[in-house]
Design a protein around this ligand. Structure first.
Ligand code: HEC
Ligand code: HEC
Ligand code: HEC
Length: 273
């Protein structure tokens, strides 16, 4: 009898996990259709009901499925968005199920429209960032052509803004398709520095006074702790434009277009390293 009981317990141990069938608790698609599709739509493009929600409609997953981080999705799904119909799902789904749903959402595809991105950029962003994205508008917006942010980070900045600056969150002002389109457009404005051109420019504009980039020393208080290699692009750019050589080199250093300075800096960095 002892053995029989023991065998029974053992059987239960083996059977219980198996009987909680993997198929119905861990299929991200099934979980999505059961708990999310009502608002976000069966294909991730928001249902009619989802569009009618107040104060904010449900959002299109398809457009941003690959553009927002797993961490951000997990946080929103787990804890919800306060004050909206997106309630926390941590009571309905366990941690692993949430990962399965995220995996499923991330299979959604979207092809952004650069034409719409440009159109919306001119409408919503250009007043501060300029029509060309170079932000020569005098309000402290960033030059997007030289941004170091990748596509996802551009999306993140658009969604949440930068607290304390004019760059406010656009999440409730723009749809996810517009956000994806504009971010892709902004990403396409990026200036790709050309070190080979920089090398030529350096040889003709700089090498008469600094034989190699390695010869250049930082001037001023920063010199105590920094070399050229430690300066950010912005600080190095400023030193090339406004540094001591501009006034003290005997004859003034030629003023160069900012893209040329980017090329020179790319060459200088490659040469120093
Ligand atoms: C009752 C309707 C409803 C259901 C059900 C629902 N959501 Fe939402 N969801 C919303 C709304 C409304 C928002 C927009 C919140 C906001 O404005 O920030 C949202 C936002 C989100 C976001 C952020 C999207 C973005 O672009 O900001 C994610 C991710 C998300 N939901 C995932 C899910 C997942 C996964 C499920 C199922 C497990 C789910 N939602 C179920 C209504 C719903
Ligand atoms: C009202 C002015 C204003 C508008 C409109 C605006 N921005 Fe900005 N944006 C700013 C400011 C100011 C900053 C710099 C914030 C800081 O100092 O960190 C900024 C920063 C950014 C950055 C960060 C760049 C970087 O390299 O760090 C991105 C990306 C960006 N904006 C994209 C956009 C997009 C896309 C739009 C349109 C949907 C937009 N902004 C609309 C003012 C604006
Ligand atoms: C006519 C000579 C001359 C030319 C041409 C010249 N420089 Fe200089 N540069 C100087 C002198 C002089 C200094 C200051 C050195 C000192 O005071 O020790 C300097 C300093 C610098 C500094 C450090 C500035 C600071 O404030 O820390 C940088 C960076 C620099 N040059 C880059 C360049 C680049 C890039 C070019 C080509 C676009 C260039 N220079 C062309 C003479 C020149």
């Amino acid at each position: 009898m002892q053995i029989k009981q023991w065998m029974g317990a053992l059987a239960a141990l083996i059977i219980i996990p198996v009987s909680a069938s993997a198929a119905d608790t861990m299929d991200g698609k099934a979980l999505y259709q059961a708990s999310c599709a009502k608002c976000h739509g069966p294909t991730g493009e928001v249902s009619a009901y989802g569009k009618s929600l107040k104060p904010f409609p449900a959002r299109n997953h398809r457009a941003i499925a690959k553009l927002i981080s797993r961490d951000e999705m997990r946080r929103i799904i787990t804890y919800g968005v306060k004050g909206t119909a997106m309630t926390p799902k941590k009571y309905a789904l366990d941690a692993l199920q949430i990962e399965e749903v995220i995996d499923y959402i991330r299979t959604f595809d979207y092809t952004p429209s650069l034409a719409n991105g440009k159109h919306r950029f001119l409408e919503v962003c250009s007043s501060c960032h300029g029509k060309d994205g170079r932000a020569q508008t005098g309000v402290g917006a960033r030059n997007l052509v030289y941004t170091k942010l990748n596509l996802s980070e551009i999306v993140h900045t658009m969604r949440y803004g930068r607290p304390g600056t004019l760059m406010i969150s656009k999440r409730h002002q723009m749809s996810n398709t517009d956000i994806a389109d504009v971010a892709t457009y902004v990403n396409s404005l990026r200036y790709l520095a050309n070190p080979a051109n920089g090398k030529k420019l350096y040889a003709s504009k700089c090498s008469a006074c600094h034989a190699t980039p390695g010869d250049i020393k930082v001037i001023g208080n920063a010199a105590v702790s920094r070399s050229i290699a430690d300066l950010s692009d912005r600080l190095l750019d400023l030193r090339i434009r406004h540094g001591r050589h501009v006034d003290r080199a005997g004859k003034k250093v030629e003023k160069l277009p900012s893209d040329s300075i980017r090329d020179i800096m790319a060459y200088m960095r490659a040469d120093i390293n």
